[in-house]
Design a protein around this ligand. Structure first.
Ligand code: GCW
Length: 840
């Protein structure tokens, strides 16, 4: 049946010159769906692609698929496809298997296909060579179309095709944490694409474009509002507005879902209770859900966050999560809806003095005893680790603790704890480690990817959920390279057996074109970036040592200690780490199946990268690597900061190979990251040096011969300030200017004559736009405004920013003067200047 399409090589010469166009791709709204003109070789490869597109059947989804083929082929090859209803010549044919069987009775896929799966095949229909995109469902046809266009955009040969793909799991959703007022919790890319001022936006263009992007990577559902849910989302007045979003999602096969507040029957329904077992409450949910389905017949379901971080929950009535989940699930059941109940339930008022207390235990302690008590349309949504989206955590033991309950994994695309899209951090590398981790539930062979797809325990459902939080920013996630995370989430939800490298290469090709130098460089940067980020932000599984009580962005090492939130690392003068063993600690390790429990229970068997998650050890403890813990902390932070600087160098090698605007945009972000990585490095190294009293064997920590501290300069108007926490400024101090007319800080250069690279470390708050000028012997060499929107209203680790002057000729005795002009609440704050002999 499978035939080779006659793809000719005509026109190679005619088409030369298209390659240049391909260079002008940009990221923007189209993300990885540019369909930029192919280069001459690419166009030649698809020269004899059929000129006719036949769609068998009619539906909104098939029309979207048809439109996409026309758009894609036109964009890439310049050809305008003719549309037809019957195969009367060589054609591209889209249709369900049933429709295809009607025109070509013998044509069946080699293996059975499930819903959403597709078959791309070259075959003859009525004697004509055809390229078929077939699936049991319209949505599968749409997925097949995107797969075909992706192959073309990446220059794959499609002359002979016989490619069957079936998604690993049935439910592949993204969650958005959008608030009705248009803000997004932990969103770093501008306001909501769905809501504005308490209502659904009048213009849903971006929602439509988003659904298209999601469909292109196989995502079939989207929960549009914050899990910290506003009850009004399912109010009568809101339902027609939700229906409008469902209308723009529908052609792309994306089901609409919303997060609901468990207290809704009381807050919205004005009942005297929200007890999930009270008959009037049960009835309230039933009626509410019926109303929703009357307006949105293909509504996907609800997500519930309850008894967590101040949200109301069944515990108020002595009821269990299963009681609450089932009540709502039973209302959804007749309509085919599902209920996601989040396992992120924990007490944030834990007593930190009790060494047996452990937040990591909460999910398993609460949900494992309820295994088997949840209805079949409930899915327990489990964050990948037992704490909270840290850059390094072990996998949640709950994945192994639900055998008679549906479960899904929750991954975080929005980089809450991984640099907030200001730092490059390609997460599929981490996600792969999690998904491939074998929990050995019944002996070997139970990796997380199979548990959460329902394959191990033969569950009716399983799910991959990614918290995306895209916003109105044209690049969706702001940092152009962060889009690789959204792409990678979808690809892994579809096929968790793909490698991170394959995903990185695919995304790079689709986004930047196929220049091998670009593909190799960007892929390498992506693949290195998570380890790099981990290296400079948190050691050996002790979690991201960030400001846990505020922004979750810059360093804040002690903020996690001595409070009820339970993200303790327990570092003191002697050692660091949380003892989570059964033998002497919190017992968390005992929640894993025996083989895994034994590994984590043993100090020797625990892998270095998770050592401090499971054990409290002295700083002098020797790792498998041979290094002591303290030296590892120093080295990894220096390595991480170096690697971040390397990203900049690598990107610079692409200057002539990527579009100029995009080149500059990414370069500026990488420059910022390299500077902020040093802030992280120094904060963590200085803090551990002071706390442990053990010096760095390489004498780097606390020793900065090229640094000129602002507080040691000659100050006019500027005053010295102490920073809290102290480690977030070099030497614990900085300077600030309270004079509206400005201040100066100056010093005499006393190193050897030469050309230098000068870094000015200042604090860029979001409540003012100070101005800085740099003068050498009275001559201005640089000036800038501190106008970034960092999550900070005061000088500290979130606001600390580097300005680099790449080349500066200096002689001993030169006067270097910094003039700072404050603005608003920002007092032109400065930390230090560093001068390195220029390598240029
Ligand atoms: O990590 C925490 C975030 C909260 C979030 C919560 C959750 C939506 O800091 O902003 O709330 O997790 O996942 O529920």
């Amino acid at each position: 049946m499978v035939r080779r399409l006659q793809i000719g090589v005509l026109g190679v010469l005619l088409l030369a010159g298209w390659g240049f166009e391909a260079l002008h791709a940009e990221v923007g709204e189209n993300a990885w769906l540019h369909y930029a003109p192919l280069d001459s070789a690419g166009r030649a490869r698809y020269e004899s692609l059929p000129a006719t597109l036949v769609v068998l059947g009619d539906s909104a989804v098939l029309r979207a698929a048809q439109g996409e083929v026309i758009r894609g082929v036109n964009g890439m090859t310049g050809k305008a496809l003719r549309s037809g209803k019957r195969v009367q010549e060589k054609s591209i044919v889209l249709g369900t298997l049933a429709a295809i069987r009607a025109v070509a009775p013998g044509l069946t896929p080699p293996n059975p296909l499930g819903a959403d799966g597709f078959w791309l095949v070259t075959a003859q229909i009525r004697g004509f060579d055809c390229l078929l995109v077939a699936s049991p469902t319209d949505r599968g046809v749409l997925y097949g179309v995107f797969a075909l266009l992706s192959k073309m955009a990446r220059g794959e040969d499609i002359a002979t095709l016989n490619d069957m793909q079936q998604p690993h799991g049935t439910i592949r959703w993204v969650d958005q944490w959008d608030n009705l007022n248009g803000t997004i919790e932990r969103g770093y890319a501008g306001p909501s694409i769905f809501f504005e001022k308490g209502r659904v936006r009048a213009d849903l263009t971006r929602a439509d474009e988003y659904a298209r992007l999601l469909a292109s990577i196989g995502i079939n559902g989207c929960t549009i509002n914050n899990v910290n849910a506003d009850p009004r989302i399912i109010d009568d007045s809101f339902l027609p507005q939700l229906a409008r979003i469902a209308d723009v999602f529908r052609p792309w096969g994306v089901q609409l879902a919303v997060s609901v507040d468990l207290g809704s029957p009381k807050v919205l329904g004005k009942l005297d209770s929200f007890d999930p077992l009270a008959p009037r409450v049960i009835e309230w949910w039933r009626t509410r859900v019926d109303k929703i389905y009357r307006q949105i017949p293909d509504f996907g379901g609800f997500v519930v966050k309850a008894d967590s971080e101040g949200r109301s929950g069944p515990s108020s009535y002595g009821r269990t999560p299963a009681d609450a989940a089932n009540t709502i699930a039973r209302a959804l059941k007749p309509h085919g809806g599902v209920l996601f109940y989040r396992a992120f339930v924990y007490d944030h008022h834990l007593d930190w003095r009790n060494l047996k207390n452990d937040r990591a235990r909460a999910a398993y302690d609460i949900f494992h005893p309820l295994d088997g008590k949840f209805d079949d349309n409930v899915i327990i949504q489990v964050k990948y680790g037992p704490i909270d989206f840290q850059a390094r955590e072990p996998v949640s033991p709950l994945f192994g603790g639900l055998a008679r309950t549906n479960q899904g994994i929750e991954l975080q695309i929005t980089q809450e704890y991984t640099g907030q899209q200001r730092h490059l951090c390609f997460l599929p590398v981490m996600w792969k480690e999690i998904l491939d981790f074998d929990l050995r539930v019944n002996g070997d062979g139970t990796p997380v990817k199979d548990l959460v797809a329902g394959k191990v325990f033969h569950r009716p459902a399983g799910a991959f959920v990614g918290v995306a939080n895209v916003g109105m920013n044209p690049n969706w996630l702001t940092h152009p390279l962060a889009m690789a995370n959204l792409y990678g989430f979808g690809r892994l939800a579809w096929d968790p057996n793909l490698t991170a490298k394959t995903i990185a290469e695919e995304w790079t090709r689709l986004t930047f074109g196929s220049d091998p130098v670009v593909v190799k460089t960007v892929t390498n940067m992506l693949l290195a970036s998570w380890h790099t980020y981990e290296n400079y932000t948190g050691p050996l599984g002790a979690q991201t040592l960030t400001d846990i009580l505020g922004s979750h962005y810059g360093p804040g090492i002690e903020s996690s200690e001595r409070n009820g939130w339970g993200q303790w690392h327990r570092a003191d003068h002697e050692g660091i780490g949380m003892d989570r063993t059964v033998a002497t600690g919190t017992g968390f390790a005992g929640q894993y199946p025996p083989a895994i429990r034994d590994m984590y229970e043993s100090l020797q068997a625990t892998p270095d990268e998770l050592l401090l998650f499971f054990h409290h050890v002295p700083y002098t403890y020797r790792l498998h690597s041979g290094k002591t813990v303290i030296q590892h902390i120093y080295d990894s932070h220096y390595d991480g900061a170096e690697q971040a600087a390397d990203f900049m160098r690598e990107w610079k090698s692409l200057e002539t190979r990527v579009p100029d605007g995009l080149y500059k945009d990414v370069l500026a972000r990488l420059e910022y990251q390299a500077g902020h990585a040093i802030v992280w490095r120094d904060a963590i190294c200085d803090w551990f040096l002071q706390t442990s009293g053990i010096p760095d064997a390489q004498r780097r920590v606390g020793n900065h011969p090229d640094r000129f501290e602002a507080e040691a300069m000659q100050l006019k108007g500027y005053t010295v300030m102490d920073l809290a926490p102290w480690e977030n400024a070099s030497g614990g101090k900085g300077i600030e200017c309270a004079n509206a007319s400005g201040c100066t800080a100056s010093f005499r250069f006393d190193h050897a004559a030469g050309t230098y690279e000068m870094d000015v470390q200042y604090f860029d708050q979001n409540n003012g736009e100070s101005k800085f000028r740099i003068l050498v012997n009275g001559r201005q060499v640089d000036e800038w405004n501190a106008n970034e929107h960092l999550p900070a209203t005061k000088p500290g680790g979130d606001s600390s920013t580097r300005r680099r002057i790449p080349t500066l000729a200096l002689q001993p005795g030169d006067e270097i003067r910094i003039e700072g002009s404050p603005d608003g609440e920002e007092h032109a704050p400065l930390d230090y200047v560093e001068l390195h002999a220029s390598t240029k």
